[in-house]
Design a protein around this ligand. Structure first.
Ligand code: SAM
Length: 308
């Protein structure tokens, strides 16, 4: 990885919380603050006072990496969230409609739950699970601040959520962003590069993680009414990404297919598996985001399949 992508060099991404304020209003306020809206500039070339509207993700604004919003009133009152572009991909790709029932399986600290609530204008029902009590508390704070009234948080192991539970059996959309090695997080990459024995190269940890990830994805694909499942990680390892998806695909291919997710996105899944290209990869040096992976499963409609 080039030196240019060591600590804190990604652009600063700001997601407008449309549950509280419109992008137009935020842009207007930023301009009054002296920021300049520019077009057609590479994100890495933005200067300190400039910003632009992201070309892929609605309501996402892009700033120079050192731009600090922690004291900005819009950040303090939950009108804007600091969320990396790659981390916006899962909810954007799942794209649940208003009125749907959704599970965010490993949800804390809640960025993706809040994004799902925004995409559905708080007109859906979102069940957000997490095993870690402290992270769950953090999520509750973020969701309250962001006015995500459609999210119910649950301190529960997702693997133990019953498929036949009267509420969850109706769920149609699942976002699964499980614990991973975090090897795609740019600010952590120099730690990984500096330490041969670090998480980056620890085979047994990778094995344990990919075992959990495969179990969680298999669990998600067994909800009786689920139509779409998004699987994502902030890992660059094939063992946590394409390999997990391939295993789940082989087990559930009678009922689910892998969609060609976000076809306009150029970086795709890696490796020998012939369906890997259907997965999305975000690559720091090319996409100016953290390293990230997303795959989308959809229930096959056998009737339609037979017609093709
Ligand atoms: N999606 C979150 C977001 O966008 O803010 C980040 C999720 S983080 C990558 C993974 C989370 O999974 C952690 O908060 C961890 O506590 C939780 N987790 C791990 N195992 C779990 C399990 N069996 N059931 C539910 N949550 C779990």
């Amino acid at each position: 990885l080039s030196c240019a992508f060591k600590k804190n060099v990604l652009p600063r991404y700001v997601r407008v919380n449309i549950l509280k304020v419109s992008s137009e209003k935020v842009i207007e306020r930023l301009k009054l603050d002296g920021k300049i809206l520019v077009n057609n500039k590479k994100y890495k070339d933005l200067s300190v006072n400039e910003f632009c509207v992201d070309k892929d993700i609605p309501d996402l604004l892009v700033f120079e990496s050192r731009t600090d919003f922690h004291k900005n009133l819009m950040y303090i009152n939950g009108e804007i969230l600091l969320q990396d572009k790659a981390s916006c991909l899962p909810a954007f790709i799942l794209n649940p409609p208003m009125g749907s029932m959704i599970i965010d399986a490993c949800a804390a600290p809640g960025n993706k739950s809040s994004h799902l609530a925004s995409i559905t204008y708080n007109k859906s029902q979102i069940f957000s699970f997490d095993l870690d009590f402290n992270r769950l508390k953090l999520m509750q704070k973020l969701l309250k601040k962001s006015a995500c009234t459609s999210v119910k948080t649950k301190h529960q192991d997702f693997l133990k959520v019953q498929h036949c539970h009267p509420l969850y059996s109706k769920v149609e959309y699942i976002l699964l962003d499980p614990s991973c090695s975090g090897s795609g997080i740019v600010s952590r990459m120099d730690e990984f590069l500096d330490d041969e024995d670090s998480t980056f190269t620890n085979d047994s940890r990778l094995k344990a993680l990919s075992g959990f990830q495969t179990a969680a994805l298999s669990h998600a694909l067994q909800f009786p009414n689920v139509k779409k499942v998004v699987y994502s990680t902030c890992s660059v390892h094939k063992e946590e990404n394409e390999d997990v998806v391939e295993k789940a695909y082989n087990r559930f291919k009678e009922t689910f297919h892998l969609c060609h997710a976000f076809p306009e996105w150029s970086n795709r899944g890696i490796g020998e598996w012939e369906q890997a290209y259907k997965c999305v990869r975000a690559v720091p040096t090319i996409d100016y985001t953290n390293g990230f992976f997303v795959a989308l499963f959809e229930r096959s409609n056998h009737h339609d399949v037979n017609l093709v």
